[in-house]
Unconditional design. Structure first.
Length: 130
């Protein structure tokens, strides 16, 4: 016999964030909410699912400010503004950098393909943005 457990005991942080997003989209209860923050909402997903998630976040951002921490290019590409957060563990420092269009394409390509920016990764990054 299955036991019903509270969501906080069985769902990951990413799953809870995605559930929150669905509730916001379905109930439109964000009318009075100025900012919504999703921290790694894309944990455990990828590909087409990540692209759909990015579109939903983009639609939500029409009515309210959305801040989303992501490691997936498919999600980041759907944003209107893109910031790069980086850490230097040697000196315990974190930096936040606004990315212009060229820097954004390069960062998306890095997220897709790794350290070396290949022509294919750059092309795919441009396609994700368009």
């Amino acid at each position: 016999k299955s036991k019903v457990l509270p969501l906080k005991e069985i769902a990951s942080g990413g799953e809870l964030s995605r559930l929150s997003l669905v509730i916001q989209l379905e109930t439109r209860s964000n009318d009075d909410c100025e900012t919504m923050i999703f921290d790694e909402i894309d944990t455990g997903i990828g590909g087409a699912t990540a692209e759909i998630l990015g579109k939903h976040l983009s639609n939500l951002a029409i009515k309210t400010q959305v801040l989303c921490v992501t490691h997936l290019a498919q999600v980041a590409a759907k944003s209107k503004h893109h910031y790069l957060v980086s850490k230097d563990k040697k000196i315990s420092s974190t930096t936040l950098e606004y990315l212009d269009n060229e820097m954004r394409v390069n960062e998306l390509a890095r997220m897709i393909g790794g350290i070396e920016l290949t022509d294919k990764a750059l092309q795919f990054a441009k396609e994700l943005i368009d």
